[in-house]
Design a protein around this ligand. Structure first.
Ligand SMILES: NC(=O)c1ccc[n+]([C@@H]2O[C@H](COP(=O)([O-])OP(=O)(O)OC[C@H]3O[C@@H](n4cnc5c(N)ncnc54)[C@H](OP(=O)(O)O)[C@@H]3O)[C@@H](O)[C@H]2O)c1
Length: 279
């Protein structure tokens, strides 16, 4: 399937049920209400969480999937990947469209519903921290063309760019997001711990982080790589590794990534590991 932005429209507000009370459920509720749709009900496995969510978004709550309202237009399953199939099995079959929000779960896990699909927000979402709807690309997939029209139309009302893709492409997009988002964030954690060691603030790195991301608009990240490994600077790399002797996790990451950068740019014939033995 060719990946392309979708451009259909939903012209009337939908009645929606959200299953889940975590990060994505919170953002979906916010996006839906912001777009004028009506959140009718939330399902949460813990009564307190469902009540709290219901209070925040002015909707009713239930802890029983079989009580999900059959008159809804749309049910969004936003629970942990491992729980999607099990929960879906307990939701009554009805006319509504049922979607999940996972990057890795296949569309087929919802096939018991006549109208089923996926609405995967390709963004790092944390409950309570609002993100502009424009900054939440929505990846959509559906079981048939009529459902795809409805789902992409709905997604378009929510704000961000809408991308049609199949389960395999979505899986790849999620994998890429792990590198670009999750791993970058872990690198920031490692960087922050080093700065802490010498009582330096994280703020020092903000311009660098922003510039590295902004450069993506100008060209491929491959062409913008800088740093000691890109230059093949053995001496600096050796001193960095020595400075990381008390942080074995960060040291392993530094060595692995430096080796890969050097291999990619062929800055020299041998990598750090072969030159420095056990470094
Ligand atoms: N957060 C992101 O950045 C992001 C982005 C895109 C897509 N997603 C996808 O969106 C989905 C939800 O992610 P999330 O970040 O919102 O997760 P989350 O904040 O951890 O929330 C998970 C929700 O699933 C519920 N849950 C877990 N196991 C369950 C079970 N066995 N039965 C019923 N409910 C169960 C949790 O209930 P309790 O509170 O009771 O544990 C909670 O309400 C996942 O498929 C994830 O891959 C996440």
């Amino acid at each position: 399937m060719t990946t392309k932005p979708a451009n259909n429209r939903v012209t009337h507000p939908l009645d929606v049920v959200i299953a889940g009370t975590g990060n994505v459920a919170w953002h979906m509720a916010y996006l839906l209400q912001h777009a004028g749709h009506t959140l009718k009900q939330v399902y949460g496995r813990r009564a307190a969480a469902a009540r709290r969510f219901g209070r925040e978004f002015q909707c009713s709550g239930t802890t029983r999937p079989e009580k999900i309202r059959p008159d809804a237009d749309l049910v969004i399953i936003a629970v942990a990947d491992t729980a999607i199939s099990g929960l879906a099995a307990g939701i009554p079959v009805s006319e509504y469209l049922v979607v999940h929000t996972s990057g890795s779960e296949p569309l087929s896990s919802l096939k018991r519903f006549t109208r089923h699909g996926v609405l995967y927000p390709l963004q790092s979402l944390v409950r309570g921290r609002k993100v502009s709807p424009d900054d939440i690309p929505l990846c959509v997939e559906a079981g048939d063309t009529v459902t795809m029209r409805l789902l992409s139309g709905l997604a378009r009302t929510l704000g961000g760019k809408v991308w049609k893709m199949d389960s395999e492409q979505r899986f790849t997009a999620h994998l890429a997001a792990v590198f670009a988002g999750n791993f970058s964030n872990y690198m920031y954690t490692a960087a922050g711990e080093l700065l802490d060691r010498d009582r330096l603030p994280m703020e020092l790195l903000w311009p660098l982080i922003r510039e590295t991301a902004d450069r993506l608009h100008a060209g491929k990240p491959h062409d913008a790589q800088t740093g000691p490994a890109r230059r093949g600077d053995d001496q600096v790399i050796k001193r960095h590794l020595q400075a990381l002797r008390d942080q074995p996790g960060s040291r392993r990451i530094y060595k692995l990534v430096s080796d890969e950068i050097m291999k990619r740019y062929s800055t020299r014939e041998k990598t750090v590991s072969t030159r420095n033995g056990k470094l």
